[in-house]
Design a protein around this ligand. Structure first.
Ligand code: 3H9
Length: 646
């Protein structure tokens, strides 16, 4: 049963019961539509209360239905029926009312909510706009200034704000159903229909400002501005025309590549923290985490852990390095406070949960220790030998290595079943990706703990098998190699970067190298040569030997003005690179994109064939959350999969 009915005297209480999020799938819509007529015709019913079972009211339309043509009754039709009912319908909101769930509540005649509920229209996250009246009813209820950020800019309303804006008619402090039934009993009739409420046009300056603000925050996505356009057409042409335009836009965007990519990522991100094979395994309790190494990675990891409420012990080799590390962690919290993300008091509280220790003895009581010292096998082995001796027998030990084989690091560890790779991305307090790399001996409990930690940290975890660079850096290497091969064939690096930016990347492969510093790649290549790998001299060697190491030296692939990260084409770099450049005609932007995405996907397929990644979606999550692949494009595997389909 998707909708249950209960009677409280003359009040019919309908409860949508469609776990896990009461999504408005076809069967729910059909049942509700049927009930409108039945309850209207029932002389014993004076009002209808609409509730959600479980922890929330309604999570929205059922996104799994979006790959099929809309099925009757559609959500707009069903809401229109409720709006046209002769008896009052009251939405009783608890937990969350999202997307179509909030739109359904807006179509009811009254709304009441429990304290602490959230009301939002997150459709733009899925590349669509509200498609069941949200762009028309919300502004008429709470005004344009408050409604536009909710519709187009991901603003969330909590119960207090929703009540003060007039979205809610009443806040119910005690048990929700009882309070809502009492509210319903006191009603004397229907309010003025939302469609008839005035919505004056604020004039062109208002729209221009809203449009500029939304464009800035849209990150290349088309839905936010389309949502604003739907609101505006309702203001200029009236409610009915607004509804029609909203629906057309919703259906058009729903069928777009962008929306398909964002839906795909929505489900991949939801599935990532809970791999099926670990669902029944209890994670190890983790409260206090040790971090070894107070450099950029270690301090970022410490901040990420504190942001999730874990207690942190930061360990460094000597007092001076520890002090630098502690100052760096404090700097992260203070920067968050300056940007208004947390209060200064909260920054202090977060810092108070970080203690420092010189040496590893201070980590003895930690539940988990994450090693983030520099990439040197001997150093890491010494750290783990000491941790193995000093830490509690049940503590989990993790390495943040990005390149070294975890099997080599763990050699000689007394309990390799409690050892795992946790590869964070820099800055670790910001980047969402966490590659989890089990050692062959890692126990399911240790692995489940790693995934649970990722969930608590708000990270997107992806399990990777062991290979050089794991999933992400292995694909990066292939991507860079392909870009360099294009360059050698005769396509200028500026054209390659511009093509990737045009595709949606924040920067192209050569700009990325300038930002990271070419010397790092140079040193890695030198180290590989010393290990006996045949790596030919290439552009990186030419640039670094000419002193061009990237932004930090004022030039690399590009020139940079002091204090400005804008790349400018460099005559000097062009001259340095000239001997390497082939004479083939430069590739066009679509060819560049095709070849680079193709190279990434090809490496991805090899990674899948070797069992390094579990699914194409995992590879795409790595690209989107660790390497700046544009969300609206889904990922390299998604791209090639779509291309392969007729
Ligand atoms: C919309 O409403 C369009 C309308 O304007 C117009 C229509 C005409 N549908 O996140 P969780 C699944 S667009 C289908 O882990 P939480 C999810 O995949 C929609 N499935 O739980 C997962 O499945 P599994 C606008 C959905 O407690 C399971 O439920 N609404 C939907 O951390 C649990 O999810 C949104 O964009 C759905 N709508 O968070 C809200 N939602 O167990 C999207 C979830 O198989 N949803 N699932 O992996 C959310 O933000 C969160 O899921 C929510 C619960 C906050 C509700």
């Amino acid at each position: 049963m998707t909708v249950t009915i209960d009677r409280h005297g003359g009040i019919a209480v309908l409860t949508i019961d469609n776990p896990p999020v009461n999504a408005l799938k076809t069967a729910v819509r059909a049942r509700l539509a049927e009930l409108v007529g039945m309850l209207d015709a029932d002389p014993g019913v004076t009002a209808v209360l609409l509730c959600g079972a479980g922890k929330l009211f309604i999570g929205g339309a059922d996104i799994t239905e979006f790959d099929r043509p809309p099925e009757s009754p559609t959500l707009p039709d069903m809401i229109a029926r409720i709006e046209g009912a002769t008896k009052p319908w009251i939405a009783a909101i608890h937990g969350q009312a999202l997307g179509g769930g909030l739109e359904l509540a807006l179509g009811c005649h009254y709304r009441v909510a429990a304290p602490g509920a959230t009301m939002a229209l997150p459709e733009v996250n899925l590349g669509i706009i509200p498609g069941a009246g949200g762009t028309q009813r919300l502004p008429r209820l709470i005004g344009l200034a408050a409604a536009i950020p909710v519709i187009a800019e991901r603003d969330l309303l909590d119960t207090d704000r929703a009540a003060s804006l007039g979205l809610l008619d009443h806040v119910i402090d005690g048990p929700l159903t009882d309070g809502a039934v009492a509210f319903a009993r006191n009603l004397t009739g229907l309010p003025l229909p939302v469609a008839e409420r005035p919505l004056p046009d604020p004039g062109p300056a208002f729209w221009e400002m809203a449009s500029a603000r939304i464009a800035r925050g849209a990150k290349g996505q088309s839905a936010p501005l389309a949502a604003l356009a739907a609101v505006r057409s309702g203001v200029e042409q009236g409610f009915a025309a607004g509804l029609r335009i909203e629906r057309e836009t919703f259906l058009r965007l729903r069928a777009s590549e962008e929306a398909a990519a964002l839906r795909y990522l929505f489900f991949a991100e939801r599935a990532a923290p809970r791999p099926a094979n670990l669902r029944s395994i209890e994670p190890h309790p983790v409260r206090t985490v040790g971090v070894v190494g107070g450099g950029t990675m270690g301090t970022g990891i410490a901040a990420a852990l504190r942001n999730a409420g874990l207690t942190v012990v930061l360990s460094e080799r000597d007092a001076a390095a520890l002090e630098r590390g502690m100052i760096a962690v404090r700097g992260i919290f203070e920067a968050a406070a300056r940007r208004g993300l947390i209060t200064t008091a909260e920054a202090e509280t977060r810092m108070a949960g970080v203690t420092g220790c010189v040496g590893l003895e201070g980590l003895a009581e930690c539940d988990l220790v994450i090693e983030a010292v520099f990439e040197d096998l001997a150093v890491k082995r010494t750290v783990f030998a000491d941790l193995g001796r000093l830490c509690r027998a049940d503590a989990i030990l993790a390495t943040n290595t990005s390149y070294i084989d975890p099997r080599q690091i763990a050699e000689g560890l007394p309990a390799p079943e409690r050892f795992v790779g946790l590869h964070f991305f820099s800055p670790a307090q910001v980047m969402k990706l966490l590659e989890i790399i089990p050692h062959p001996a890692t126990s399911p409990e240790t692995l489940a703990t790693a995934f649970d930690l990722a969930r608590r940290l708000g990270k997107v975890p992806v399990r990777s098998g062991i290979c050089e660079g794991f999933i992400g850096n292995r694909i990066l290497k292939r991507y860079r190699a392909r870009a360099e091969a294009m360059l050698r064939d005769g396509t200028p690096h500026s054209a390659i970067d511009a093509a990737m930016r045009g595709f949606g990347h924040a920067m192209g492969p050569f700009e990325m190298q300038d930002m990271a510093g070419l010397d790092i790649a140079f040193l890695n290549r030198e180290a590989a040569r010393q290990r006996g790998e045949a790596i030919p001299e290439g552009p990186i060697e030419l640039l670094v030997r000419a002193g061009r190491k990237g932004i930090k030296t004022g030039g690399g692939w590009y020139d940079y003005a002091p204090g400005d990260r804008t790349p400018r084409v460099s005559d000097e770099a062009t001259q340095i690179l000239a001997p390497l450049m082939g004479s083939s005609a430069a590739l066009s932007s679509p060819q560049i994109v095709d070849q680079l995405i193709g190279a990434m996907a090809e490496e991805g397929r090899a990674i899948l064939a070797e069992g390094i990644a579990a699914s194409p979606a995992d590879i795409d999550l790595v690209q989107v959350h660790g390497y700046g692949f544009p969300r609206t494009r889904g990922g390299p595997m998604f791209q090639t999969d779509r291309k392969a389909k007729p």
